[in-house]
Write a protein that binds this ligand. Structure first.
Ligand code: DP6
Length: 362
């Protein structure tokens, strides 16, 4: 979609060396993306809230290469100030795959410094924040060298498209408050190729929402999301699941526009449990919920029944519980977490997060 052979630098007039830094957040899906085809295209549309505290900072430095005749990508890569060969190899492969889009990448010597705002061991997925931060740096680079992404909407769309190629869910992190990725009749302009912002369309209650992440286990996931998506191919419930997600997105979106917390919460919880049910009935099957995840789910439901407070849970493909609630009950919910839920978390660890304004250039 964005292949452009004209994005080539004139080696007789090389650009000055420079750098860009972006801070980009993670996001939490309410309607889950689970199942993909082709080049990172989703089997169903998804909707997420953009987070604020769980971020990746990425700096991309560039200078013209002495020999710019198109050898392999030249990248130095540092994660938390240390060279990391495994991550470097992944990023090099990603950048190589992007050379039809950014032919100039092979003319540059690149250095990436990246790091997360949350502890690496927290068990929080970082691919969304990491790939969106890198995509934003690449768009800044293109714009600095060629002036081709001056329009903010064009810039964001291309960044979202690139982020998607790195990791599907990352395409939703580009936008403030909330985003939808995947074609759906209920969001004009929605696409399988990139996410679109919906933060301005939802009720203000959801722009002041919290997501406290209860870290049940920080262990590396037993199944990578790539393998998880692939398992949907043989799953006997796959088609029914995709139809359900399409239908639910419409119901959820209406509820979010109206500020209907109850419908939001019912769908959020049902989506989380459906995701895990799909993993449990895949072949091979995965049970990623742990006893403490279930204990927290029980407690949340009891607390809601007793207090009437709109506190809901969701999960991604792991055992950690995301507690979703509006800002107006933060004191009550934080007390509930401290008194009744922290004991189920690894070392009592809770990563506090909330709906944020999206990425920031530093
Ligand atoms: C359960 O975006 O991590 O968090 O495209 O293979 O990188 P890849 O997968 P990824 O999958 C995220 C799955 C999920 C649901 C979601 O975020 O929508």
């Amino acid at each position: 979609m964005y292949e452009n052979p004209r994005l080539i630098l004139d080696s007789s007039n090389p650009p000055e060396p420079g750098s860009f830094t972006w801070r980009s957040p993670s996001n939490i899906a309410i309607i889950k993306y689970w199942g993909k085809y082709g080049l990172q295209l989703p089997r169903n549309p998804s909707l997420s809230l953009t987070l604020a505290a769980s971020c990746t900072d990425t700096q991309l430095e560039y200078e013209m290469r002495e020999d710019d005749s198109g050898g392999p990508i030249d990248l130095e890569f540092y994660f938390h100030q240390e060279e990391n060969e495994a991550f470097r190899a992944k990023i090099v492969a990603f950048l190589e795959s992007l050379t039809p889009v950014f032919p100039f990448l092979k003319q540059l010597k690149l250095t990436v410094h990246t790091g997360n705002s949350f502890p690496h061991s927290a068990g929080i997925a970082s691919s969304a924040s990491a790939m969106s931060a890198l995509a934003l740096c690449l768009c800044s680079l293109e714009d600095a060298l060629f002036g081709t992404l001056r329009e903010p909407a064009d810039f964001d769309r291309k960044a979202s498209w690139l982020a998607r190629l790195g990791s599907g869910s990352a395409c939703r992190s580009i936008f403030p408050h909330a985003a939808v990725w995947g074609e759906t009749a209920v969001v004009q302009g929605s696409s399988n190729e990139y996410a679109v912002p919906v933060g301005d369309l939802i009720h203000e209650k959801f722009r002041d929402f919290h997501d406290d992440i209860l870290i049940v286990s920080s262990e590396e996931k037993a199944v990578s999301s790539r393998a998880g998506h692939a398992l949907m191919e043989g799953n006997p419930f796959a088609e029914a699941r995709y139809a359900q997600a399409r239908q639910r997105l419409g119901v959820l979106f209406d509820a979010m526009r109206a500020g209907d917390l109850e419908t939001f919460g019912r769908i959020a919880e049902d989506e989380a449990l459906t995701l895990h049910a799909l993993m449990m009935c895949s072949n091979p099957s995965y049970v990623l919920l742990q006893p403490n995840s279930l204990a927290i789910i029980e407690k949340v439901r009891e607390y809601r029944a007793e207090t009437g407070h709109p506190v809901y849970f969701t999960l991604d493909a792991g055992p950690n519980i995301h507690l979703l609630y509006p800002g107006e009950i933060i004191h009550e919910v934080r007390a509930f977490i401290g008194d009744e839920l922290a004991e189920f978390c690894e070392n009592g660890y809770v990563q506090q997060d909330w709906v944020g304004e999206g990425p920031e250039e530093m």
